[in-house]
Structures are given as C-alpha cells and as structure tokens.
Design a protein around this ligand. Structure first.
Ligand SMILES: [Zn+2]
Length: 82
C-alpha cells in the first residue's frame, strides 16, 4: 500500500491531496491547542463529547507528574447530556 501510494502517477493529484490533508491537520491541531473546547467555528463545546453547548463546569482529575499525589484537578465544560 505504501509503495502504491509512493508511486508517481498512481492517482492524479494524490500528492496535492496529501499535502492539503497534512496542512489541514496542522491548522486543526494548532486551533485546538490555542482554544481548547471549541468547535471549528470557535464556539464553546462540551469537553467530554465535543458536541453539545456547555452549561456547566465539571471537575476531573488529570495525571500529573508535578502535582502532589500524581493527579491535578481540571475543570471541563459540560453539556449535561453525555
Ligand atoms: Zn457532552
């Protein structure tokens, strides 16, 4: 499969598509890192399901190597349905 993808002329425009997908992923990851818990339009979404509009904040524990006890408290937006 990799050899087939690498072969020039396998599919017209495949290299351009791969390049476009690569940059789309980079933009998506950068947007998520800059504004977590937002959708593609920049509106806030649930931190658990990623779909619903958040109505509350819930507390969760995240593994942390620097926090005492090994866990750190994190507040996530929550939609109340998931
Ligand atoms: Zn949710």
């Amino acid at each position: 499969m990799r050899r087939w993808r690498r072969a020039a002329g396998t599919e017209p425009g495949l290299r351009e598509k791969q390049r476009a997908w690569h940059w789309a992923r980079k933009v998506r990851d950068a947007r998520r890192a800059a504004a977590p818990y937002t959708n593609a339009l920049g509106r806030p979404v649930c931190g658990l399901c990623g779909r619903g509009r958040p109505v509350a904040l819930v507390e969760r524990l995240r593994v942390s190597h620097t926090a005492p006890g090994g866990f750190a408290r994190v507040l996530l937006p929550y939609c109340g349905c998931c």
